[in-house]
Structure formats: structure tokens, C-alpha cells
Write a protein that binds this ligand. Structure first.
Ligand SMILES: Cc1cc2nc3c(=O)[nH]c(=O)nc-3n(C[C@H](O)[C@H](O)[C@H](O)COP(=O)(O)O)c2cc1C
Length: 217
């Protein structure tokens, strides 16, 4: 079924038909090993984020859990985008009953990313560095097709930027060519009928993204 999803994903348009991306399919024990290593690192990173100065120094010295790729991802959102990211965080945590200041509970929820939310399959999407943003655009088009195809088969998916900070863990399991850069993860499985899966993220109105002309018609 994963091959069928990937075949559907490849019906998307692509820059000169180059398909500048590759996919690692992690299942079974390989997926479990990656998940275990991610979870171990997240537990250290979470301690680093929430710890006092001594804990921080200790973890900095050992380097345990610190990002090994996409280190700049942890930078704060710019003022234009920050309220949107904050809104979805606030609404999601309120939906599942986690208080705003409860960093421990928030980190525990985030930790589920590293169990791939219990999904049996995790994809890791890599893009060719030479095509820069255009490769990411192609991968996005491909992924949207894949997600829709999965949805049509009763599957659920979750894109996971959370996994991109420890590329070395994936490369230990897959022979990823060095010209490729990790873009995102994607968890795939049959969704549970759970409360969290009924959460609906807010959508912007079209006027929030349409740039008005300099001079009105
Ligand atoms: C590239 C990308 C990375 C994402 N990374 C994560 C992630 O690491 N963990 C997560 O729970 N959701 C992640 N999301 C999901 C978004 O938070 C979600 O799509 C958004 O809040 C809208 O919600 P909806 O897709 O459920 O409607 C990601 C989405 C995209 C497009």
C-alpha cells in the first residue's frame, strides 16, 4: 500500500519533471530503533530546555540530545507569523486539557512526535540541495498527493517537522545520498477515534493571504 501511495504522489507536477526528492520508508524494527533514539534524545533536550543553568551546562558539555541538523529551526517565529503558530498551540493544548504554563505536559505531548503518534509507518522526505526552494515546493506537491491518497484509503497522516533535528539517526539506518537534505517526516496509520484527532485547526480567511494591488482598480 505504501508503494501505491508513493505512485499516487508521483502524479504531482514537478520542476522540469526532475522529482528532486527521495523517501525513506521506516517500518517495523527499523522504525522502532529510530523512534527509541529520537525519544532518548528528546528526553535530554526537554531537560535542557526546562533545566536550571547547571543542567544546561552539563548537557551542553555532553551534547546529548542537542540538534545535529536544522539547528536554526529553534529560532523564534517572526512577528508576522508568531500569532498564528501561538494560536494553534494554544487551541490544541486547550482542546486536550493542557494548561498554557505546564511545560512538562506540553513536552510530554510533543514527545509523541517521536513515537510517530503510534503509526506503523514513518516516511522521511529528503530534497536535492541543488534546487533549493523549488525542490521543497515539488516535495510539498508530492506530499499533498500522497496525503490525499492515504486519506481516500481511510488512513491518517501527520507531517512531522519535529524529526528534522536529528538527521544522523535516519542516515544511520538508510543510505541517504549526501546531496539530499531532510525536509520533513510523515507518520501514516489508521487514525483512532480519539478526542485529539477531532481537533480542527483554525483556517485563515483568503484576504489574509491575498496581497492587494498598490493602486485600487
Ligand atoms: C511541514 C510541516 C511540518 C509539520 N510538523 C509537525 C510536527 O512536527 N508535529 C505535529 O504534530 N504537527 C506538525 N505539522 C502539522 C501542522 O501543525 C498542522 O498541519 C496545522 O496545525 C494545521 O492543522 P491540520 O493539518 O490538522 O488542519 C506540520 C505541518 C507541516 C506542513
Amino acid at each position: 500500500m505504501i508503494e501505491e501511495l508513493i505512485a499516487d504522489s508521483l502524479t504531482a507536477p514537478s520542476w522540469s519533471n526532475t522529482r528532486p526528492f527521495k523517501v525513506c520508508v521506516a517500518t517495523g524494527e527499523r522504525k522502532d530503533r529510530i523512534s527509541a533514539e529520537f525519544s532518548r534524545r528528546w528526553s535530554k533536550l526537554s531537560k535542557f530546555r526546562n533545566g536550571n543553568i547547571f543542567t544546561k551546562i552539563k548537557l551542553l558539555l555532553t551534547g546529548a540530545g542537542l540538534p545535529t541538523s536544522h539547528r536554526l529551526m529553534a529560532r523564534p517565529y517572526v512577528p508576522e507569523l508568531k500569532p498564528r503558530a501561538e494560536r494553534v498551540g494554544k487551541e490544541l493544548y486547550s482542546w486536550i486539557g493542557v494548561a498554557r504554563g505546564d511545560r512538562k505536559a506540553r513536552d510530554e505531548q510533543w514527545a509523541k512526535n517521536y513515537e510517530f503518534f503510534g503509526a506503523p509507518v514513518e516516511l522521511f522526505i529528503y530534497i536535492h540541495k541543488s534546487l533549493h526552494i523549488f525542490a521543497a515546493n515539488d516535495a510539498g506537491l508530492m506530499l499533498q498527493n500522497l496525503i490525499l491518497s492515504a486519506h481516500a484509503r481511510g488512513l491518517g497522516t501527520c507531517l512531522q517537522g519535529a524529526v528534522i533535528i536529528w538527521d544522523d539517526v535516519i542516515r544511520k539506518e538508510f543510505d541517504v545520498p549526501k546531496d539530499y537534505k531532510l525536509l520533513t517526516g510523515l507518520a501514516i496509520g489508521y487514525p483512532k477515534d480519539s478526542h485529539i484527532n477531532k481537533f480542527g485547526a483554525h483556517r485563515l480567511s483568503p484576504s489574509a493571504v491575498i496581497i492587494p494591488p498598490r493602486v485600487a482598480d
